[in-house]
Design a protein around this ligand. Structure first.
Ligand SMILES: O=C(O)CCC(=O)C(=O)O
Ligand SMILES: [Fe+2]
Length: 307
């Protein structure tokens, strides 16, 4: 029968309501998971990546300072002039969209059982909060382990090449950002790189697909959570939906076109001795357009993280 995901559900029926397994207020205690109606839009820090790699010494010091402030005050920033061509981003988004449009039968080989199955994992009902474990998210997802070993997705045609290229480029961006952040924390960059095995550590790509939802006020794409790794890189199509928690308030992220969004994760909080908090964030859904977000997480190997 194949793998039925939210997108298949939408395509096969003319849904006008959210099926009960996706509806949060089924239990009153789940109400807190839903976003409030009005969320403030704010100006989020912008980091010019080109100054990190090819700027003058003064420009580099200024960016290190900007990174320090962004990590301290927000745990979140937008990177511009990162060198990833817009065409590569567009191709990757289109190919990932095509992946979610594969038939349930074609998706079957990708059905993975375990959270960290080291291949390609397709998911649509993960609930990582035990208190809401019978509510599914309005999201389809697939994850690919891209480093140290690249696990090529064989469908749709072309995805493997484009993803491999994007993975390499994001690894470079991640590394330079980490160097800048470590410098700002006055930590020895080479020491950190070696102890965290940044070169051989895991890099995982995930594509999150949020189809239009007939009653967005009752469902959530991804509930509030923090990421595990050091930094997370995120790109998206031009549909917004990411909220971050800043100074006790949820704020909507309104990205600069073609920027890469970056947030700090749990490992960064540990590495910075609590100075840079792992930022809480969530994804909301809408009733008009499909949103897709492509997330790259880097971190240490599981073994290193556990020690
Ligand atoms: O889709 C988004 O904007 C957020 C995705 C996310 O937070 C995640 O995959 O960890
Ligand atoms: Fe996240």
């Amino acid at each position: 029968m194949g793998v039925i995901m939210v997108n298949d559900l939408i395509k096969s029926t003319n849904l006008i309501y959210v099926p009960s397994e996706y509806a949060f207020p089924a239990k009153p205690e789940d109400l807190h998971m839903l976003p409030e109606k009005e969320v403030e839009k704010v100006t989020i820090p912008v980091i010019d990546f080109s100054f990190l790699t090819s700027g003058s010494l003064d420009q580099r010091s200024k960016i290190i300072e900007d990174l320090r402030n962004a990590c301290q005050d927000w745990g979140f920033f937008m990177v511009v002039n990162h060198g990833v061509p817009e065409s590569l981003k567009k191709d990757l988004i289109d190919l990932c969209m095509n992946f979610f449009d594969l038939s349930p039968e074609e998706k079957l080989p990708y059905r993975g059982k375990y959270e960290l199955d080291p291949r390609i994992v397709l998911d649509h009902e993960t609930s990582f909060d035990n208190t809401v474990d019978n509510v599914s998210f309005w999201r389809d997802q697939f994850r690919v382990f891209v480093h140290p070993v690249f696990h090529p997705p064989h469908k749709p045609e072309g995805l493997s090449e484009v993803l491999s290229e994007y993975s390499k480029r994001s690894r470079v961006i991640m590394k330079e950002l980490l160097r800048g952040i470590m410098e700002g924390l006055e930590l020895d960059v080479d020491d950190i790189e070696n102890s965290l095995e940044l070169k051989s550590g895991d890099q995982i790509f995930s594509a999150n697909f949020y189809p239009p939802c007939p009653q967005p006020e009752l469902a959530i794409g991804l509930p509030p959570h923090a990421d595990h790794g050091l930094l997370t890189l995120l790109i998206q199509n031009d549909v917004d939906g990411l909220h971050i928690k800043n100074k006790g308030k949820w704020v909507a992220v309104n990205p600069i076109p073609n920027s890469i969004m970056v947030n700090t994760g749990d490992h960064m909080e540990v590495l910075s001795k609590g100075k840079y908090k792992s930022v809480l964030h969530r994804a909301v859904v809408n009733n008009k357009e499909t949103r897709i977000s492509l997330v790259m997480t880097n971190g240490s190997t599981n073994e290193t993280a556990a020690t």
